[in-house]
Design a protein around this ligand. Structure first.
Ligand code: CA
Length: 533
């Protein structure tokens, strides 16, 4: 071989490598996102679930990637969390502050910018932002909360029913897109957005027997009386004891022809609507599971704390059964990536829109800035970039996702986004001036569950919250010694300096994020939705 030929051959090889590495520098993004899945219901996050392991696939993702231990939302409720992710802006900036709002799809969102950067984008499942999603090459979204069984989905060409359990239906749609609708010449960003494990916690039929004979450990705060909290914590409506409904939330004696008492009309009836939607076969399996358990309940009539404990068991089991479905979905999606040869160049992300109370503080639902609902799971596998099995301790938020996706795609980062790309952290770097605190603001009152408006700051060690709706109420916690937030240290002499420092930082944060929303709103306690205990 002549020298010229050798040089030419080398040149071809170098060019080939260059093209390959350029292709590699634009990885695909698979973003699996669930609803109300608290980190403490994931094996890889340490929680009270102990030996019960509801999430082997998610745990494996953490072993292969990075788990963000200090991951938080900025407004703990479904729609607003998703709007923050779409825009990289806090609720007061993107305009979607409450679930009752409608998202302005005409504003800048990360999927639109990814499209501009040459990515193919798709979303399947729960959007919760109302209106037709913009910025996606293909999509199918649940109307509103959607149903667990045989749900309707809105497709670009209209609405139609798809048979099956919602988690499976959404996974099937995403897999079909990967196999048949993907543009082989472009990198993709695929969002698989599950309804589960959102209320009313209705698992796929195959998961009903799961945890049947298992005792779910109770959280230590199951019988919390909120003695040290601001008054809001005592007038909420999300207690397992007083507000979780035996029929609609726990399916006791619930059938499609169930007749509700007039006093119970304010109940969320989605469980009942799902039953009306089931096929006779699905319904028979459902009733065969719960029928004997219901008869047993009536034979052993429980009251007081024993009733709370019974409700907690049934609730937690159904919640974890729904989680199991989500875990299986992640597993199936990853298997599909492998089969299609996409595993090496696809970033896989698992997250959920906020945390949740699974009996913690005696509650279900979310909304509060307390730890269980403030925290979000975030696990990222990035083959060849993220060091497997890494625990990241820096403070991150859903506010950061948009810029992270854009940097991954090599797209420009807009100046008006308010988060920070997580790419340096994913690459194992220690970025200077990483945030030392996060900002939070919840707005939805009066509304279901009656959690008053509040905002606050959380550092790695402390939390300060301002509840302003019923007057001037503050809470402060030292999370290092009081992780359950039972001992309010606001106004205590020993903590005066820390309190002053946190208060200053909180008001600086409000300025930094330009949150000038009205905090002078004052409301009386509203008992409209309140049921008799
Ligand atoms: Ca949610």
């Amino acid at each position: 071989m002549s020298n010229t030929m050798l040089i030419l051959l080398l040149l071809v090889l170098v060019l080939h490598q260059l093209a390959h590495s350029q292709k590699k520098s634009r990885p695909n993004i698979l973003f699996v996102f669930s609803d109300d899945h608290a980190p403490h219901a994931i094996g890889a996050y340490d929680g009270w679930l102990g030996s019960i392991n509801p999430t082997p696939a998610i745990d494996r993702l953490a072993e292969e990637g990075m788990i963000f231990v200090n991951s938080f939302c900025s407004n703990s409720i479904c729609g607003p969390s998703r709007a923050v992710i779409q825009t990289g802006k806090h609720s007061h900036k993107n305009g979607f502050m409450n679930n009752g709002n409608s998202f302005n799809w005409n504003q800048q969102t990360f999927p639109k910018l990814l499209q501009k950067a040459g990515y193919q984008t798709a979303i399947y499942g729960k959007s919760h932002l109302k209106g037709k999603p913009l910025g996606y090459d293909d999509w199918a979204v649940l109307p509103g909360q959607g149903l667990y069984f045989n749900p309707d989905l809105i497709f670009p060409d209209g609405i139609r029913r798809v048979d099956g359990h919602c988690t499976d239906v959404v996974t099937d749609l995403a897999i079909d897109w990967l196999r048949n609708k993907r543009d082989l010449d472009r990198p993709f960003m695929l969002m698989v957005q599950h309804k589960a494990p959102h209320r009313n916690w209705m698992p796929a039929l195959r998961h009903l027997p799961l945890y049947n004979d298992v005792y779910i450990p109770e959280p230590t705060t199951l019988f919390d009386k909120w003695i040290d909290n601001a008054p809001g914590a005592r007038v909420q409506e999300l207690e397992i004891d007083r507000h979780m409904d035996l029929n609609y939330d726990l399916f006791l004696d619930l059938t499609p022809d169930f007749t509700q008492l007039s006093s119970e009309k304010s109940q969320d009836r989605s469980a009942w609507r799902n039953m009306k939607r089931m096929t006779s076969g699905q319904l028979a399996t459902w009733r065969n599971h719960f029928g004997p358990l219901d008869r047993n309940f009536h034979l052993n009539g429980k009251t007081g704390k024993e009733l709370v404990r019974w409700k907690f068991q049934r609730y937690a089991k159904n919640y974890l059964r729904c989680v199991k479905g989500v875990d299986e979905s992640l597993e199936r999606m990853q298997q599909e990536l492998t089969q299609l040869g996409l595993e090496e160049n696809t970033i896989v992300i698992y997250s959920s829109d906020q945390g949740f109370y699974i009996g913690d503080h005696g509650w279900y639902d979310k909304r509060w800035m307390y730890e269980e609902s403030l925290k979000m799971p975030l696990i990222v596998k990035w083959p060849g970039v993220v060091k497997p099995g890494t625990k990241e301790l820096e403070m991150v938020q859903n506010l950061d996702y948009a810029q992270t996706f854009l940097e991954i795609a090599g797209a420009p980062l807009p100046d008006d986004m308010q988060g920070r790309s997580l790419v340096p952290l994913l690459k194992g770097m220690f970025p200077e001036n990483w945030r030392k605190e996060i900002y939070y603001h919840y707005y939805e009152y009066p509304s279901v569950h009656m959690v008053p408006r509040h905002y606050g700051i959380r550092t790695k060690r402390y939390k300060l919250m301002h509840f302003y709706q019923f007057g001037e109420e503050w809470e402060m916690y030292d999370l290092k010694v009081d992780p359950d937030e039972l001992n309010n240290i606001y106004g205590k002499k020993n903590f005066a300096e820390i309190q002053k420092n946190l208060t200053e930082r909180l008001f600086k944060l409000r300025k930094f994020y330009d949150d000038d929303s009205d905090t002078s709103i004052r409301t009386e306690y509203i008992e409209k939705y309140r049921r008799k205990s």
